[in-house]
Design a protein around this ligand. Structure first.
Ligand SMILES: Cc1ncc(COP(=O)(O)O)c(C=O)c1O
Length: 467
């Protein structure tokens, strides 16, 4: 896994996809009128569009990747025995190899791991700090009455600043929080690698190491949200001194060595279309998790997954740690970032590991935050060229204060997340064209208001109308 050195790959000027295509999936082209009608049917919420109407679907990198020949072959080996299957053994061995943790529990996806962790460990008076909680993590924590607290480093909020590890947690703020509340109110702290919410930005090994030291002082365990652990390992390899000669597996192993537990969505760096897991060191955490898992997901050796899914994830976790794969993956994201930079289109710098984040606030300064500039931009991208992105701003992360007044999120971003091994260079060139056209017409993009919203995770299903 990942033995190849950086020098060997970088000698070539063009970084090619380290695979060739064996199977194709047709893309439907649509007219502007059809896209407008589709948006109206979807109440201007792109989550409610039909996927076949989205030729360039960048809604998420989660579960949308293409499997390799090795994964398709492994699928056929799926052992569907209820308990102790051969597929489970392979899954368990791979997860243990990477994380070094003794207790491994498959779940049907990442949020199931988060939900059981929250239900088994949290109560209403608890606080869970993190660099930035992802939306499902936040919702699962808050569902128990506990508070999810984001303590991202200051650089992470400056969308134009070029800094290598903008996903780091602010250790000074965390120390103050630990001093004030102690382990009685902070049952664990989380760190999300890479930091999806803050722009797909990486976390430095030095930050994780210092975080662990600090938490140890207060007796507070560390839980890694490990969805993109392989992408984070690649960033550490490329950007942090002392890691050039390490494999991505060795880097990942060091990262997990500082943690007491981890939640994982295998739909990202498991290179699978479904799946997740929870791992931990502590016997009691494991016991509580196991009991709840059986109730909610399934027997602990399949935990909500089919044997064939366990096989696919066991292979995918290793493929995600292949150095050539990560070089190509990051080249695609950087390619789009470079084109945006050349055209002065505001976006989070440097680009993240799995996505380019457009800065909707800077792109659409005529729209106040509570007219949701991110939703304006998302609708414009779809209308212009059938590109489906996602707002990561005040709709997803806006809050209501004690008087019930809506407070905007600190950033108004639009995430263009790249499915793994799916789109080719010409798709990226097409995206650049569409972005350029939207940028040229930005003054005409309207604001939006919410006309229906559910109680939790409103961005998935709320309805919008133009202001
Ligand atoms: C950082 C992070 N944590 C947790 C999750 C939840 O994973 P899942 O979608 O598998 O439930 C996601 C999904 O996008 C994520 O990006």
């Amino acid at each position: 896994m990942g033995r190849r050195s950086a020098g060997e790959v970088r000698r070539m000027r063009t970084i090619i996809e380290p695979f060739r295509i064996k199977m194709t999936e047709p893309l439907k082209s649509t007219t502007r009128e059809q896209r407008l009608a589709a948006l109206q049917r979807a109440q201007h919420n792109v989550f409610l569009l039909d996927a076949e109407d989205c030729p360039i679907d960048l809604l998420t990198d989660s579960g949308t990747g293409a499997m390799s020949t090795a994964q398709w072959a492994a699928l056929m080996l799926g052992d569907e025995s209820y308990a102790g299957s051969k597929s489970w053994k392979k899954f368990e061995a791979t997860v243990k190899l990477i994380t070094g943790m003794p207790h491994v529990f498959p779940t049907h996806q990442g949020r199931a791991a988060e939900s059981i962790l929250a239900l088994t460990r949290l109560q209403g008076h608890h606080i869970v700090p993190s660099n930035s909680h992802f939306d499902t993590t936040r919702a699962n924590i808050e569902f128990t009455g506990a508070r999810a607290l984001d303590l991202l480093c200051a650089e992470g909020y400056d969308t134009a600043l070029e800094a290598p590890f903008k996903g780091n947690i602010d250790l000074e703020q965390l120390e103050r929080c630990l001093d004030t509340h102690g382990k009685e109110r902070i049952p664990f702290c989380m760190i999300t690698v890479t930091n999806n919410t803050g722009g797909g930005q990486p976390v430095a090994m030095a930050n994780i190491r210092a975080l662990k030291r600090l938490l140890q002082k207060y007796g507070v365990p560390l839980v890694i949200d490990a969805c993109r652990f392989a992408e984070n390992s690649y960033f550490i390899h490329e950007r942090e001194a002392g890691y050039r000669n390490k494999t991505l597996l060795e880097i990942a192993q060091e990262m997990f060595s500082y943690a007491d537990a981890a939640t994982m969505s295998a739909k990202k760096d498991g290179l699978a279309n479904i799946g997740g897991f929870f791992v931990c060191n502590d016997e009691h955490w494991a016991e509580d998790f196991r009991n709840a898992l059986i109730l909610r997901e399934g027997f602990p050796t399949y935990g909500g997954l089919a044997g064939r899914d366990l096989e696919v994830i066991a292979v995918g976790l290793r493929e995600a740690l292949e150095y050539d794969y990560q070089v190509y993956r990051h080249a695609t994201v950087e390619y789009l970032g470079k084109k945006l930079l050349q055209r002065d289109i505001p976006h989070v710098r440097p680009v993240g590991g799995h996505a380019v984040f457009l800065d909707a606030r800077a792109m659409l300064p005529h729209l106040p935050p509570l007219q949701y500039p991110g939703i304006g931009l998302v609708n414009a991208l779809y209308l212009e060229g059938g590109i489906r992105g996602v707002e990561i701003g005040s709709v997803m992360f806006g809050r209501f204060d004690e008087q019930g007044r809506e407070q905007p999120a600190p950033l108004e971003l639009v995430r263009l997340a790249f499915p793994r091994r799916v789109y080719t260079q010409s798709h990226f060139d097409y995206m650049v064209e569409v972005l350029q056209d939207v940028w040229a017409k930005r003054d005409q993009i309207p604001g939006y208001r919410i006309v229906y919203q559910p109680k939790f995770l409103r961005h998935f299903s709320c309805h919008f109308a133009t202001v």
